[in-house]
Design a protein around this ligand. Structure first.
Ligand code: MG
Ligand code: MG
Length: 627
């Protein structure tokens, strides 16, 4: 499809926006009027700049407060429209977006609105321009696409059509199914936006909290599918009003934007093909290699200098790990417990990588097990992620990797290697054999990332489009010094779980950790066990210290949840936290911070429990603050 984006979706000057959009591979833009009004140059000059960058100007927007107006205002608006048509002709924009009227002067008269839009379209037709009519969710009399379509149909002019915007339909919980019945050539333009589910005024929601498709909670794929069923083959565009995007470097936003459209096209394509395999598509839709299913976290790799490697050695041994091997060609050590592999990389280049050069302990790579690593890398590069090739020594395995947002690496470890195949190939195994130290930690339950505020949506889309993970609920948690927003993402069988945390305040521990590492660091690692009391006791005996939990927490817990008194007493004594969902329980405990701010969590979950004990995070954060 012809891929486009509204200039309001990005930060920067108009020229910078166009350059970022062109670099990300877009075909065109929607010109947001304020961007043009403040542009130092003529409409013709803007048209040339866009043309030189290979971009068409697909839409001029918005034209407001037009239909349903009393005669004097209507006449003035027609004059206003002629001046906008002058600009559109000069810059080469074929279509203007006219959004439904919000003025208190407007009257609720669809026949009048149709007659007035007919006259506007007639004027546009004289210059071979087109008018698209869009229902704003907060339009005074027209807020639904069905109402806008009714007016367009009544107006019956070839230069007047409908503009659809997923935000307006999905924010009002209107059913998009009716779109499929609208003739595709009467839909002049399609704007896509996702959004988190929020209970707030729809205008504020629309102006500040839209996001790219795949970043929010709307069924944007279902919406797009209906538009395709209508036979629409015009531009696929993004119109995103988002406070954070207004600040984020526009090159990064443009890459996210392109990834979101590729994701949207490929998901919609998948649905259409599945429902009618023999039916030819009416427009080409992006068709990337399918997601290669992940089947677990194989390893976590820490970047370390010599001093922090020694600190880490002590720390992970206290956690019950044993050193089992040295890398064949690199200053890399492997530790293991249960199925968990921790790799400490003291190569100079590991420490210089991306954002993790700061100090203390930090994670530089994750290894995920996967059936077809090369297909996984193909998928990732198709979805605009970068491949990463590490130097490979003799007899070592090449493990395909990609660069995650923020600079971390994700390695795809072939399932065919079995649990230890990779390590047998790349490491000289010298198992210390001191299993006595084992604390019963069995697997990586989840890895929590601390992200800069402008990285959360990026990561949600990256994990969804590239890795095939699905986001869970978005939660806001209270730290004594501000709010943390937390969102889990996981694969279908829940063998890979990541938790994405951002701090909305500069003063929380999460934010301060980020200011050391530059953002995008592993915040904590949760290790799963079968008997948390036994594991915690062994770790304590090894010298691990846990975050102490207030007695008041347990008094309160007993009032909220029906727990056996013996279990409550054990949790109180051990400092173990508890969460219950209808399907299962979660017991967990946090270690105190290492010098870099990283810490560990022990987790014991029953099968049905599908979250991360986030409601207990404030207990941890408050306790850490009182230290
Ligand atoms: Mg719109
Ligand atoms: Mg956790």
């Amino acid at each position: 499809m012809h891929r486009s984006i509204a200039t309001v979706s990005l930060s920067g000057t108009l020229r910078q926006k166009l350059e970022a959009v062109a670099a990300a591979g877009f075909d065109g833009i929607e010109l947001f009027e304020a961007d043009f009004i403040n542009f130092k140059g003529t409409a013709a000059e803007l048209g040339r700049i866009a043309g030189d960058l290979g971009l068409s100007i697909d839409l001029y927007q918005p034209f407001r407060d037009f239909e349903g107006m009393p005669e004097p205002q209507f006449r003035r608006s027609l004059e206003r429209a002629e001046r906008k048509f002058d600009l559109m002709e000069a810059m080469g924009a074929p279509t203007v977006l006219c959004c439904s009227n919000t003025s208190p002067l407007s009257v609720n008269d669809p026949a009048l609105a149709a007659a007035q839009l007919h006259e506007l379209a007639e004027r546009a037709a004289r210059r071979n321009l087109r008018v698209g009519f869009e229902a704003l969710a907060w339009g005074r009399h027209t807020s639904l696409y069905g109402q806008a379509w009714d007016i367009v149909r009544r107006a019956d002019h070839p230069h007047l059509g409908l503009i659809l915007d997923s935000f307006h339909t999905l924010s009002l919980k209107d059913d998009p199914a009716g779109i499929a019945a609208i003739p595709g050539d009467k839909i002049f333009f399609l704007q896509m936006a996702d959004a988190p589910l929020l209970s707030m005024d729809v205008l504020q929601w629309a102006r500040h909290h839209r996001s790219f498709p795949g970043q929010g909670d709307f069924d944007v794929v279902g919406f797009f599918e209906q538009v395709l069923r209508a036979g629409y083959t015009g531009p696929l565009s993004l119109e995103i009003f988002n406070d954070i995007f207004r600040e984020t470097p526009n090159r990064r936003t443009a890459v996210d934007a392109m990834r979101s459209l590729l994701y949207l096209e490929s998901e919609a394509r998948g649905r259409l093909v599945a429902e009618a395999p023999m039916q030819p598509l009416q427009v080409e839709l992006f068709n990337p290699p399918p997601v290669s299913a992940l089947s677990g976290l194989s390893f976590i790799e820490f970047a370390a200098d010599e001093a922090s490697a020694a600190t880490l050695d002590t720390l992970v041994k206290q956690l019950g790990f044993r050193r089992i091997g040295k890398h064949r060609s690199k200053a890399v050590t492997l530790y293991r417990q249960g199925e968990i592999n921790l790799i400490v990389n003291a190569q100079p280049d590991s420490f210089a990588r991306g954002r993790f050069e700061a100090h203390g302990t930090s994670v530089c790579a994750l290894g995920v097990r996967c059936g077809d690593p090369l297909a996984a890398v193909d998928r990732a590069t198709a979805m605009r992620s970068q491949r990463h090739d590490s130097p490979v020594g003799p007899h070592e395995l090449h493990v395909p990797a990609i660069v995650a947002p923020g600079g971390n690496l994700i390695h795809f470890v072939p399932e065919a290697l079995g649990a230890n195949g990779l390590y047998e190939a790349d490491f000289v195994l010298q198992d210390e054999g001191a299993d006595a130290n084992d604390a019963g930690l069995q697997r990586i339950d989840h890895v929590a990332l601390g992200l800069a505020v402008d990285q959360l949506d990026t990561w949600v889309l990256f994990t969804r489009a590239v890795l095939g993970l699905e986001p869970g609920e978005s939660l806001e948690l209270a730290d004594p010094f501000g709010l943390i927003r937390s969102r889990g993402v996981a694969n279908a069988d829940r063998s890979v779980r990541l938790v994405l945390n951002v701090s909305l305040s500069q003063r929380t521990r999460t934010a301060r950790t980020l200011s050391v590492t530059g953002g995008g660091a592993v915040h904590h690692i949760a290790l799963g066990c079968a008997d948390i009391f036994d594991s915690a006791a062994k770790l304590r005996a090894n010298g691990t210290r846990f975050v102490p939990i207030s007695d008041n927490y347990y008094d309160d817990l007993a009032t909220r949840i029906d727990i056996a008194p013996e279990l409550l007493a054990r949790m109180r004594e051990a400092g173990v936290l508890f969460d219950r969902s209808p399907a299962g329980d979660y017991l967990h405990i946090y270690t105190e911070n290492t010098e870099g701010g990283l810490f560990f969590e022990l987790a014991q979950r029953t099968a049905g429990y599908d979250a991360y004990g986030a409601l207990n995070a404030p207990a941890r954060m408050a306790s850490q603050a009182q230290e």
